[in-house]
Design a protein around this ligand. Structure first.
Ligand SMILES: *Cc1c(COP(=O)(O)O)cnc(C)c1O
Length: 369
């Protein structure tokens, strides 16, 4: 019997499934190592806020009920904190879901979205899944080139994704640059400011992006997440802040119960725990200085970061170094997936984790000429 398979949509044939950082359990299973650390997915090395964990325990008995599809209380808390209205907020099953909703709501087949290169891969996915395509604009000195990105806007452009700080480079674009950019981009193009690492930024040049939304600008959406500094990556909660008309469009394509009840409760508790956020930022800043110093001592060039990860040039095939690091129980991310085969993207960990990373890296670099 000749087998034939149901044909999928042609538009999705070019999509490469997302390659996540290797899970700790997978390394333990495959290599038989017990003590494994993961510095590959920019998770908070301090874990979640204890308040969030406590709130989760209490909420566990309520999981037989459907979650609140409107995320009423979480929106209320966010609106108060961010000084915006509930109508300017959308909550997603991770920011990733909001990225997909942006594609579903704004991209028709043949449309274009503009992205940096390198940048976060999910932006291209959001276009491809709808039959659109990503126009990739090369970074300059590892920074998004806003002038070139504005120049790439054409009649089919629907979305521009500004990853700020940019993943994987950790660099930012400034308030001044974004101001100029927004004045150049036509108002029918929606500009997505992905600020997944917002809470880690220390530069005073970083834009006050919510002011664009508060001022009523209709073509800006700011995205943030509970996955990074808030330490809730496993629960999946992210949010967007935009003009109510943009939010309305996104709500048309949103699944009814897209954010689960545990995620809603934990996010609310995490949001209130400013001590945990402050502590996490402090540990990150210390770790950053330590790693800079150690990289310099190893003769490695790195890109100064405004986030909780560092893009570092190890001058060797990063896949080979990655494998040898894995064997020592240290998971990092290779640069080849971003088009930088001699780079690693390393999440800043706790002091002990950073020391272990450097010890492993020093040994591996001496083995790989
Ligand atoms: C981690 C990350 C996200 C968000 O992830 P979610 O877990 O889906 O909220 C979004 N954008 C960038 C650039 C990221 O690095």
């Amino acid at each position: 019997m000749v087998k034939s398979y149901p044909a999928c949509r042609e538009a999705i044939l070019d999509i490469k499934p997302y390659v996540p950082g290797k899970p700790i359990e997978e390394v333990q299973r495959e290599l038989g190592i017990k003590d494994v650390i993961k510095l590959a997915s920019n998770e908070n090395p301090l874990g979640p806020s204890p308040d969030a964990v406590m709130a989760l325990r209490e909420a566990a008995e309520k999981i037989y009920l459907y979650p609140d599809g409107s995320c009423y209380y979480l929106k209320q808390a966010l609106a108060a904190k961010l000084e915006v209205s509930e109508e300017q907020l959308i909550i997603g099953n991770g920011t990733d879901e909001i990225l997909k909703m942006l594609g579903e709501a704004f991209v028709d087949p043949g449309d274009e979205v503009i992205v940096g290169d390198p940048t976060f891969s999910e932006y291209e996915f959001a276009a491809q899944v709808m039959g659109g395509r990503a126009v990739k604009v090369p970074c300059r000195d590892f920074r998004l080139d806003l002038e070139a990105m504005a120049g790439a806007v054409g009649p089919r452009t629907r979305l521009v994704f500004l990853c700020n700080p940019n993943n994987p480079t950790g660099t930012i674009v400034s308030q001044e640059e974004v101001d100029v950019f927004l004045n150049r981009v036509p108002s029918h193009v929606l500009v997505v400011l992905d600020e997944a690492y917002y809470e880690y930024v220390t530069s005073p040049a970083y834009p006050d992006s919510l002011a664009y939304v508060r001022d009523g600008r209709p073509n800006v959406i700011v995205l943030r997440t509970f996955s990074k500094i808030y330490g809730l990556a496993g629960l999946r909660v992210g949010y967007g802040i935009a003009h109510p008309e943009v939010i309305k469009a996104l709500n048309r394509v949103r699944e009814p119960f897209n954010v689960n009840s545990l995620a809603q409760v934990a996010a609310r508790a995490a949001l209130q725990d400013e001590y945990h956020v402050g502590k996490s930022r402090e540990v990150n800043n210390e770790g950053k200085e330590f790693l800079y110093e150690q990289f310099r001592a190893l003769g490695l060039k790195y890109v100064p970061t405004e986030s909780n990860f560092i893009f570092v040039d190890i001058g060797r095939d990063s896949r080979e170094v990655f494998k040898k690091m894995l064997a020592k129980g240290v998971i990092v991310r290779t640069g080849d997936i971003f088009g930088y085969p001699t780079f690693l993207r390393i999440t800043i960990g706790t002091r002990r984790q950073n020391q272990r990373l450097i010890d492993a890296l020093r040994e591996v670099l001496s083995e790989v000429p």
